[in-house]
Design a protein around this ligand. Structure first.
Ligand code: SF4
Length: 455
């Protein structure tokens, strides 16, 4: 598997540029953990790279074109230098596969997200024979088996950990089932072992990741392990202060998971639960397999357990056939739930999906609706942050800001906090007096004589 490091080989530099979601961040870190075994070191200076890897995302509009544009930029940078090995990884690589090698000869390797266990061999093979390669098989089991044998060296205070990949839901607008393949849940013990490694590296917060993280289901000896079991297992590690998970589907918000909010002290009270639209008609057209009534039931159950729980969400605005009344239903839902932080986009078709060829809503109308919804979403976010001024919040301190003066951390609800304090507090939960706020952040200073809190 190309795992043996040749001590005589020269140190080579890899530059990894990551687009998209947290799962890509996690993958990029793991790719780096892997290529170190064949003598690569990470560089932040792309112009020094012997290997230039783009970890791509297919979710946003014109994803493919953005990748070719980026490759064009790399070409220019290296015009008068030795060409690096150019690798396109991630979901665009999966979706485009062979096409990329044909269209852009500057690309050397195309590798999909379920084939990262082959990355070392592919690079070594290319270095030896200059043979271009495309690896886009879905082989998730081999990937995680391989990665579980390589230490996760992530040493951030807050670390991502992928526990589940792929999706069987096939929402009509989404490429994930085609680019990440069917749902796969990693073995329970494999995840716990990686948690132990991360804790040894200094991690204090774990964010469990999956395209459908709450669909996590691993069976062993006739017992099913679910996300709720994982959270309660993580809860036992005293070094770990906070647990989060994302992204979840309302359909998989099962009772056991809801009940974990009663038992866990470390599971943070922010639920990111994409709803996409407030209209049942649109949800059905999207194939979301859930109704607004079901969504509201989950909301009520969680609020009854802990009124401090807040919701964030994703919205697709101007989905084909969205009428004025459908849009108003979405506004009503936003007003009702008062999401604290959400992502909203105008629908844009993805090739290969069911919604790819549907008739689009007029551009101006779509833009107008997006502006209306964002205004409302931002208003709730601003109000929430304003309500915290002159209050004390618990913050997990993640790092020092670039100015080397202020610290950066997050509240229980994931809001960024920038404040005065000393670097000894990094990795600790501190109490911060909030003095001012913006739409996205809180500002303040460490409370004098605070007692360190658990969560
Ligand atoms: S559940 Fe999420 S990942 Fe799966 S198809 Fe729908 S939007 Fe895509």
């Amino acid at each position: 598997m190309g795992l043996k490091k040749n001590p005589n080989s020269m140190v080579k530099k890899i530059f990894i540029k990551t687009f998209g979601c947290q799962m890509n961040d996690y993958d990029s870190n793991r790719i780096y953990d892997s290529v170190q075994k064949i003598g690569f070191e990470k560089t932040d200076k792309y112009e020094n790279a012997n290997c230039y890897l783009l970890n791509t995302c297919h979710i946003r509009d014109k994803a493919k074109e953005k990748v070719y544009h980026e490759i064009g930029r790399v070409k220019k940078i290296f015009r008068s230098k030795k060409k690096p090995i150019v690798i396109v990884a991630g979901c665009v690589a999966q979706a485009e596969n062979q096409e990329m090698l044909k269209r852009e000869p500057y690309i050397d390797i195309v590798i999909g997200p379920q084939a990262y266990h082959k990355i070392n061999d592919t690079i070594l093979d290319y270095s030896k024979r200059k043979k271009k390669n495309e690896e886009t098989e879905f082989d998730t089991i081999s990937k995680f088996n391989y990665l579980s044998k390589i230490k996760n060296k992530d040493s951030k205070v807050s670390s991502f950990l992928t526990i589940q990949e792929g999706c069987d839901k096939f929402c009509h607008f989404c490429v994930v089932p085609y680019t990440r393949g069917p749902e796969y849940s990693r073995p329970f013990n494999q995840i716990i072992n990686e948690v132990i490694e991360l804790i040894k590296n200094g991690t204090k917060e774990i964010i469990l990741l999956g395209q459908n993280v709450n669909a996590y289901s691993y069976r062993k000896n006739n017992k099913e392990f679910r996300l709720s079991d994982l959270i309660l297992e993580l809860e036992k590690f005293s070094e770990l202060k906070r647990i989060r998970y994302t992204t979840s589907h309302p359909k998989d918000m099962t009772e056991d998971l809801i009940n974990v909010y009663k038992k866990s002290k470390k599971l943070m009270p922010l639920v990111h639960l994409p709803v996409q639209s407030g209209s049942n008609k649109i949800l059905q057209l999207m194939n979301r397999k859930q109704t607004i009534e079901e969504y509201l039931k989950i909301y009520e159950k969680l609020k009854n357990i802990n009124s401090n729980i807040e919701f964030s969400s994703d919205f697709i605005i101007a989905y084909p056939q969205e009428k004025e009344e459908d849009f108003k239903d979405t506004l009503k839902l936003v007003e009702n739930i008062k999401f604290v932080n959400s992502y909203s986009f105008i629908f844009s078709p993805r090739p290969g999906t069911v919604a790819a060829d549907l008739e689009l809503i007029d551009k101006n109308k779509s833009q107008e609706r997006l502006e209306i919804i964002q205004k409302q979403l931002f208003k709730h976010q601003i109000n929430k942050n304003k309500s915290l001024e002159k209050k004390v919040v618990n913050v997990l301190v993640e790092n020092q800001m670039k100015d080397k003066v202020k610290l950066f951390g997050r509240t229980e609800h994931m809001t960024s906090v920038i404040f005065d304090g000393s670097i000894e507090n990094i990795g600790k939960i501190v109490q911060v007096d909030i003095t001012s706020s913006s739409q996205t952040s809180l500002f303040g200073k460490i409370k004098q004589n605070y007692k360190q809190k658990v969560a």
